[in-house]
Write a protein that binds this ligand. Structure first.
Ligand SMILES: CC(=O)N[C@H]1[C@@H](O[C@@H]2[C@H](O)[C@H](O)[C@@H](O)[C@H](O)[C@H]2O)O[C@H](CO)[C@@H](O)[C@@H]1O
Ligand SMILES: [Zn+2]
Length: 288
C-alpha cells in the first residue's frame, strides 16, 4: 500500500479522543497541509470522561454509558477540521475501554486499556505500521505526559510495536513535551487571568510535566493552522468546555501557545536545527 502513499508518513498514537488535538493538533494540520500522510491511532473511546455539555450528561458511564460512541463522532469531526482522513481506533472501535484516572476501580474493567495484554495491543499497531511504514511516530513519554494510565499504556504499546515492527517501524520516534521555558512564560502570562490553569501551582516543578529546554529536540510551528486546532477542540465539546483555559490561551496569545508544539527525540538522528538548543523545525529532517 505504501507505493500509493505520499513519500512522508507520520503516525501518531494517542490514548483518548481529544488528546490528538490538545497535544498535536497543529502538528497534524501542518503536515497534512504539507502533503504528508498522517495516520492517527487512538486507543480508547474515552468512555469514562467528564461531560461538559449538560444536555448530554446522561450519556455518562454511570448512566447510559454512551459517551464512548458520542466521543467517536467528536473525534471524527475534530479530525475533519485538521484534515486528517486516516484515523483508526486501536483494535477497532470499542476493543479497549478508557481506564479512568489512575487508581480508580475502572482501571480493573476487563476491557480497560490499562489491563490490555501488551503484545496483543502492540500487534494491532504493528499491522498498521506494516501497512503504512511510517518514517516518524509521535507518542507520549513513559509517564504518558501527565500520568494517566491510558497515556502510559499508549506509550508502552507504541514503543513495543515499533520494536516488533522492525524495518516497517518508524525511523524517528518523538514524545510530546512542553519546554520549561514555555511553562514559565505561561505561568507569568496567566498570573492575573480569571481562568488561570496554573492557579494552584506554586512552582513549575509542581506540574506533572515539563522538559528542560536543552532536552527538547523539535519545535513544530503550526501557527498557520491554530484556527483549525481551535475548531477541532470545539468538536470535542464534551471534554473541552467553552470556558476552558485552552481557549483563553488561544485568545490572549494567538497561535504562539496553541499553534506551536514541542517534542523530544527518543529514536533516530536529530536533523539540522536552529536556536540556542538546535531545535528541529521539521520532524522528517535528517531522513534520507
Ligand atoms: C486530556 C485527557 O487525557 N483527558 C482524559 C482524562 O480527563 C480528565 C478526567 O476526566 C478527570 O476526572 C478530570 O478531573 C480532568 O480534568 C480531565 O482532564 O481522563 C478521562 C477518564 O479517563 C478521559 O476520558 C479523558 O479523555
Ligand atoms: Zn487522554
Amino acid at each position: 500500500m505504501t507505493d500509493e502513499l505520499p513519500a512522508r508518513r507520520l503516525l501518531l498514537v494517542h490514548a483518548h479522543p481529544d488528546d490528538e488535538v490538545i497535544g498535536t493538533g497543529a502538528t497534524m494540520a501542518h503536515y497534512v497541509s504539507a502533503g504528508a500522510h498522517v495516520t492517527l491511532v487512538t486507543c480508547t473511546l474515552g468512555e469514562e470522561g467528564e461531560i461538559h455539555v449538560p444536555e448530554l450528561s446522561r450519556l455518562a458511564a454511570a448512566e447510559a454509558d454512551q459517551l464512548g460512541g458520542y466521543r467517536l463522532v467528536e473525534w471524527e469531526r475534530a479530525c475533519a477540521e485538521l484534515g486528517v482522513t486516516d484515523r483508526r481506533m486501536l483494535g477497532g472501535p470499542g476493543r479497549y475501554r478508557d481506564s479512568g484516572m489512575m487508581g480508580l476501580p475502572t482501571n480493573e474493567h476487563p476491557r480497560a486499556f490499562w489491563q490490555a495484554d501488551l503484545d496483543e495491543a502492540a500487534g494491532h499497531l504493528v499491522e498498521i505500521m506494516r501497512e503504512i511504514r511510517p518514517q516518524v511516530m509521535i507518542t507520549y513519554d513513559e509517564n504518558g505526559f501527565y500520568g494517566h494510565p491510558d497515556h502510559i499504556q499508549a506509550h508502552r504499546v507504541a514503543m513495543r510495536a515499533a520494536e516488533l515492527a522492525g524495518e516497517d517501524g518508524p525511523t524517528k520516534i518523538y514524545w510530546t513535551a512542553m519546554p520549561l521555558s514555555v511553562l514559565l512564560d505561561g505561568m507569568e502570562a496567566f498570573r492575573d487571568s480569571e481562568s488561570n490553569p496554573f492557579a494552584d501551582v506554586e512552582k513549575v516543578d509542581d506540574l506533572p510535566f515539563g522538559t528542560p529546554d536543552d532536552e527538547i529536540a523539535a519545535r513544530i510551528d503550526g501557527t498557520d493552522h491554530y484556527a483549525k486546532k481551535t475548531a477541532a477542540m470545539r468538536a470535542h465539546a464534551t471534554q473541552i468546555p467553552d470556558n476552558s483555559w485552552l481557549y483563553g490561551i488561544a485568545g490572549d496569545f494567538g497561535g504562539e501557545f496553541m499553534g506551536v508544539e514541542y517534542y523530544t527525540l527518543v529514536k533516530g538522528t536529530r536533523g539540522p536545527g536552529s536556536g540556542p538548543h538546535g531545535w528541529e523545525s521539521d520532524l522528517f529532517s535528517g531522513l534520507a
